[in-house]
Design a protein around this ligand. Structure first.
Ligand code: CUA
Length: 348
């Protein structure tokens, strides 16, 4: 009876197995494509370091990668050797037989490798934790849900989602959070540092070459965690000093009638309750300081590009652009909106 059932089921079972194998192969292929796809694009990569901090991490990553490759190749070679050359031999381990190979390759070698990798990791950890000298420039960064407030000690001004550093110099970055856990990460310059409530964390940034390096919050902090990006601009010392000077000076005055009307709408409307623009009566501290908003790379910490259309859309209803953020839809007169946009875009 059983034999008959087996005989009749053998065909369908083989088909089922073949189908299942096909599914597994397709899933594996798709997963591979997606994984590799994640590596493409122009996002910043920690394996393309532009500073000594990130270079340490990248070197450690490659060390681990090549060790893994070597172990994989060795294990595969042993597998092939066992399948091809030891096939059919009696490979039972006999009692009392010396297990030197197992002891060396299975315990000794991994121990040596793991201790060496651990030592390399400790060395890098110590190097990354070294504070920059007392004369190094300092920048204060505060994480908010979901943007970055940037200040420089001794300068009475602030900006958001962008900080500048002089090329080749170590800059101290002091990190605070206004609410929950965030993590400050510039993949091409420095590994992550968590922002912890009630604590001041410290890290440093250093870039070997001038450029714009994208940073990202690396600790899940709520619905808009992905839209908590920032930019580090590494530039010659003179440009860095010009940035410091701009940070300490008042915002540009309006030059056209539209800009003047926009400024009036800003300081008399609800905007001024949360935002500051230096040199105007607007001095709200809840949202980002907007004194240089026209020069920023994005609106909403990487949510949308900074252009007239997106800016108008953001002012009218920021909740459609970045749901959950603190800014409510604004009751702005439709006729005033273009003026407001013109004024804010002129703040460079
Ligand atoms: Cu802030 Cu994630």
């Amino acid at each position: 009876m059983d034999t008959t059932r087996e005989a009749t089921n053998a065909g369908p079972r083989r088909v089922r197995r073949r189908r299942r194998n096909g599914r597994v192969a397709r899933t594996t292929l798709l997963a591979g494509v997606f994984l590799l796809g994640g590596c493409a694009g122009d996002g910043p990569s920690a394996l393309d370091p532009a500073g000594s901090g990130a270079a340490r991490v990248a070197n450690l990553w490659w060390l681990l990668f090549w060790i893994s490759v070597a172990v994989f190749v060795e294990v595969m070679a042993l597998l092939v050797w066992a399948m091809v050359f030891r096939r059919g031999r009696d490979t039972r381990v006999r009692h009392g037989q010396p297990l030197r190979f197992v002891a060396v390759a299975g315990a000794g070698l991994p121990l040596v490798i793991l201790v060496a990798v651990y030592a390399a990791g400790l060395r890098d950890l110590a190097a990354l934790g070294e504070a920059p000298g007392p004369r190094a420039p300092t920048i204060e960064v505060t994480g908010h849900k979901w943007w970055w407030e940037v200040r420089v000690p001794g300068i009475d001004g602030a900006t958001a989602n962008e900080l500048h550093i002089p090329v080749g110099e170590r800059v101290r970055v002091r990190l605070h959070t206004a609410d929950v856990l965030h993590s400050f990460w510039v993949p091409q310059l420095m590994p992550k540092t968590d922002l912890i409530a009630g604590e001041v964390r410290e890290t440093w940034l250093q870039a070997e070459r001038a450029g714009r390096y994208r940073g990202q919050c690396a600790e899940y902090c709520g619905t808009q965690h992905a839209h908590m990006a920032f930019l580090v601009v590494a530039e010659p010392r003179a440009d860095f000093e010009a940035w410091l000077a701009r940070l300490g000076s008042t915002a540009r005055q309006p030059e056209t009638d539209a800009q003047r009307r926009g400024q009036q709408a800003f300081v008399q409307g609800t905007c001024a309750g949360c935002h500051a623009i230096r040199g105007t009566p607007a001095d709200g501290r809840i949202g980002p300081d907007l004194s240089d908003v026209g020069s920023r790379w994005s609106i909403g910490a990487g949510a949308v590009p900074n252009d007239g259309g997106h800016l108008g859309g953001w002012i009218a209803n920021p909740q459609t652009v970045k749901p959950g953020n603190n800014m409510p839809p604004q009751p702005v007169d439709a006729a005033r909106l273009p003026d407001l946009v013109a004024y804010l875009q002129s703040l460079k």
